[in-house]
Ligand binder design. Sequence first.
Ligand SMILES: [Zn+2]
Ligand SMILES: [Zn+2]
Length: 272
Amino acid sequence: MLFNIHTHSEHSHDAQAKIAELCEKALAEGLVGFAVTDHCDCECAANPKAFTSLTDSFEDCQKWKARYQGRLVIACGVEIGEALYDPAFAEKVIASRPWDVVLGSVHAVRVPDWEMPFSLIDFSDFSDDFIRQYLHVYFDDLKEMAKTQDYDVLCHLTVPLRYICGKFHRTVDLSEYDGKIDEILKTVIKRHKTLEINTSGCTAERSLLMPDEAILDRYLAFGGNNLSVGSDAHVANRLTNGLRQAAAMLKRKGIDELTYYLNRSPVFCSIE
Ligand SMILES: [Zn+2]
Ligand SMILES: [Zn+2]
């Protein structure tokens, strides 16, 4: 009984999935449902499509939500990236439609000259010291986002590692950031938000969860108990990628309930 809190449709600039395909895949895989959470990249606020692509996503999602009613729970959401770059735009987007769920994400950080999304940066030639500084800014930005911005689910904590370590094979000692990470976790708990376990880095060979088990253990130790799983699928055949691995890991830790959102209110479903 899994609900996928995080997917992208063709209304995201970097995704291809039609919502109809996501629906059929979700039924075939036996999901309770999923949220469509197309990108709102606040650094692109000046581009008129930044706003209209989201209203298009919302209208499209509403249509499929109605068609699959009774068979699938479909949440119409949005993934706000870099709210700190343009908080007014983030607020405008959130207020513009009755979203079911708002994801809070950081995909780019305020490092001078390197403010583009980290997915576009080649980290292979940077010094270890630059990467350390870069990650400090990532956790600082995420911490500020977590504390000051409007969201329901804090997404893919530690996601730069997917590129820095996964793609460019650089070594990172995460313990240096423990203090900042703990502050983010405590903020999520204090503000009654939900922490996403993002499975987009999982492959057949390895299960790279974001955040990893060590961080999840600290979240639980601090009293956190609102968790979602999200595959961050950009194509329909990755809809359930890693979700069952994540759910099995959560069950081993004694967690038997996941959180999703409708009308921006939490709904709890048991992991079976
Ligand atoms: Zn994201
Ligand atoms: Zn995403």
